[in-house]
Design a protein around this ligand. Sequence first.
Ligand code: MN
Length: 488
Amino acid sequence: MKKYEFWFVVGSQSLYGPEVLETVAQRAAEMARKMSANLPFPLVYKVTAMSNAQITRIIREANYDDSCAGIVTWCHTFSPSKMWINGLASLQKPWCHFATQYNREIPNEDIDMDFMNLNQAAHGDREHGFIGARLRAPRKVIAGYWENEDVQARIAAWMKAAVGVAVSRDMKVMRFGDNMREVAVTEGDKVEVQMKLGWQVNTWAVGDLVKEMNAVTEAEIDALVAQYTADYDIATGNTEAVRYQAREEIAMKKMLEAEGCMAFSNTFQDLYGMEQLPGLASQHLMAQGYGYGGEGDWKVSAMTAIMKAMGENGNGASAFMEDYTYHLVEGREYSLGAHMLEVCPSLAAGRPRIETHPLGIGMNEKDPARLVFEGKEGDAIVVSLIDVGGRLRLICQDIHCVKPIMPMPNLPVARVMWQAEPSLTTGVECWIMAGGAHHTVLSYDVTAEQMRDWARMMDIEFVHIGRDTTPEKLEQELFLNDLAWKLK
Ligand code: MN
């Protein structure tokens, strides 16, 4: 992934005189340096801004610098906000207003009027907050002492969401074939999506992929199969099927790299010239950070790539998922998630096995090889992006993944099992009412708060189904959202 950084822009004014301003600048540089040690991306101190021209200049620089993924502002002293209007009105990068102060404590003996003049973030940040509200500028407000671990963790989480914005604006999706025939929820307005989210979603002929597959050499296949063998247990005698998947993976990766695409989709209804639906091939590409969506679902594919980037270096994973079937025993209700083949092995609790089985659906001529495993335990979210006509809605639900409660020895695909908030069935009622898709991105790394931040920065609707959600409240929220977004 690209190297990203964030800029620390500190507000002030020239009235304070050089001595105070020099102290502010030194402290701001110290804070940025010390916080950077605990943040996923460097926070680079840029300026103690004292005029409209200075603020406008730094914001223009932030807009045009590809490595700058967002700005963090703070007012150590008072910074009259009319100085910020021209700059903030042209800001195109994510913005976090960090309301903090240099000193943790009020120094009982030492506090005098000089101290008060230097340390007035309490009202400096309020003036700064007003102009953000007055401009209706999308922003994250985080308040707390800058050396506290929990405060730094919140800035870290916001930074990752902001990197999700940068990745989104660069996103290119390669579609092999169209969407599965007659399916509604995987459709969407690609022009609107490109305007809002930046995604370039385009199609490539399956015939071109087949041509690329035919050009793959046996030596290339040997090398990739050696990697499969190192990472996975081979639980099939069908070597040819595994080698065929390697051929598919190599060809797809060459095409993705040549076009700079980080996500792709295909459909089992359009495999003309291919013997197998890519299973292991797609799974191994996902493990390398590529997004994928089955049945032509380019929206879930791009969201998977974005959330993988947001969760990079986390403890878990983000992956393409589908709610498949339920366990509805009272008091022990679970959803079983899987896909026809394509579940990302980053979800696996143990070492995945490569198996081959028949696949009755689609254009498969031969049994496709795929990775089979159980998903790991842990708190997670599932996310669905839908086009509700005239706007995009991002739906996010809190879930708890468990070790599957039964072995299901005859199920030939990877599986993840979870409980949902507020409960399985109420969650299903809410999800269905909001129009959420059967395809989702499941993530152990990214939180609902980060997805809310991302949606705010992208200017799309966000719906969260969590512990406190009721169908009554959600119905009201969806109704009011619909009106609000039509007026916006
Ligand atoms: Mn599907």
